[in-house]
Design a protein around this ligand. Structure first.
Ligand code: BGC
Length: 415
């Protein structure tokens, strides 16, 4: 059942329309899905900062990449009147939760945010003219990670087009290296698929996945997108079913596989394994997407506590800390992202993060800065979920591209 339907059913049943948890003011319960090596280090920075300020951190981590399991757990908590102090929510879902009347505004913590956030991100943090979410960092989704030794052994070069990519993959195969490490969850399928959509140009991506334009969704070009995904699948190993993204990243880290399509939270895993960008691994834009940038901005929303409609001191402290320059720097260094707050020095960051920052500036100016569908930034839950179902069905069956495209156009209409 989709978000709105669940919340609607609960309100109708008189169970939950705005009640929340009983929390001691000094303790902050934080629901998130940052459980991999790099992710845990990153969220640990927030825990330490809050602890130093005198708050007790109650960790509510729900494992599962991209947060599907965490979102289910969150609904259960809110329904049962145990809303956490804060939860990792992003994109249009922020407005969905705000509409349920269960969030608190955090304007009191956000005095200098407007001038320190890119306007398109500042807007996402608002509901009804108030700040209701605090942003952590910017992840770029359209990355290809390559094991440098595997690339050298295969005698390949960093691919910038799909033909070049398939040439490298063939060379790796011939050299006895598994070309692609791929995980096996719907969100990972969708991440790869949206990369291929983006390779058709940011304009095509926007029309297809932001505007849900039917002509674009049913175009021959979209049929070609599915064909390319099918061809890429030919380079997966047989063991991907159910595999977590970070285990796929580990395959590239330890040389068991050559490449992985993944957002730059994967870089947090390389960093956690003491691998160096440039010498141990290469981060390249997905072939054909050099000038574009799919953004994914993590944020926390804050739930009413004890039925109070205003933020607690702990909630305001959390929001302020998240947007403070020092936190923004240290969090992203561990997480693989770049600070969302403007003006934070990039001096301590690696070349991949510097490239992410530089490419972001270019993409913003050229219109190539687009929200990631796979990571909850482009569409409400219902349409994104329906599109995800189409892509996953295609990738886990022998369905032909034309059938998938017809299903896609239908899925895009889901409200
Ligand atoms: C989140 C990242 C997280 C990744 C894997 C993404 O949707 O934005 O913060 O690291 O999922 O769990």
């Amino acid at each position: 059942m989709k978000f709105r339907a669940i919340m609607g059913a609960l309100c109708a049943a008189g169970l939950m329309c705005g009640v929340s948890a009983v929390q001691a003011a000094e303790s902050v319960e934080v629901l998130h899905w940052w459980t991999s090596g790099g992710e845990s280090k990153a969220v640990g920075v927030l825990k330490d900062d809050m602890t130093k300020q005198g708050y007790t951190w109650k960790d509510f981590a729900v494992a599962g990449g991209a947060g599907a399991a965490a979102m289910t757990a969150l609904k259960t908590q809110v329904i049962s009147g145990n809303a956490p102090t804060a939860a990792q929510i992003k994109g249009p879902l922020i407005q969905d939760w705000a509409e349920q009347g269960v969030l608190v505004p955090i304007d009191a913590a956000a005095g200098d945010w407007k001038k320190n956030l890119p306007p398109e991100i500042d807007k996402i943090m608002h509901a009804d003219g108030h700040y209701v979410a605090a942003p952590f960092s910017v992840h770029r989704v359209n990355w290809l990670y390559i094991n440098k030794a595997a690339l050298d052994k295969a005698g390949g070069k960093v691919p910038t087009t799909w033909p070049e990519f398939f040439a490298v993959a063939d060379k790796m195969k011939a050299a006895g290296i598994q070309p692609i490490a791929m995980g096996g969850q719907p969100w990972q399928d969708l991440t790869l698929w949206e990369d291929v959509v983006l390779s058709q140009g940011a304009g095509f991506y926007k029309k297809a996945l932001v505007d849900l334009d039917e002509k674009t969704l049913t175009s021959d070009q979209m049929v070609g997108v599915f064909d390319t995904v099918r061809k890429i699948q030919g380079y997966f190993d047989a063991g991907r079913t159910g595999r977590d993204w970070n285990l796929a990243t580990a395959m590239v880290i330890n040389g068991k596989a050559g490449m992985q399509f993944m957002g730059d939270w994967a870089k947090g895993e390389f960093a956690n394994a003491n691998k160096k960008a440039g010498s141990d691994y290469i981060c390249a834009a997905v072939p054909g997407t050099e000038k574009a940038y799919t953004f994914n901005v993590d944020s926390f929303v804050f739930f009413q506590q004890k039925g109070q409609k205003t933020a607690t001191p702990g909630q305001l402290a959390l929001a302020k800390t998240i947007m403070s320059p020092d936190f923004q720097e240290q969090f992203s260094l561990y997480k693989g992202s770049i600070p969302v707050r403007l003006g934070v020095s990039m001096a301590k960051f690696d070349d991949c993060a510097k490239k992410s920052y530089a490419d972001e500036q270019v993409a913003i100016k050229s219109g190539g800065y687009v929200p990631s569908l796979a990571h909850g930034m482009a569409q409400p839950d219902a349409a994104a979920g329906a599109i995800s179902d189409v892509v996953t069905k295609f990738m886990n069956s022998q369905e032909d591209s034309k059938t998938a495209v017809a299903a896609l156009a239908k899925a895009a209409k889901t409200k």
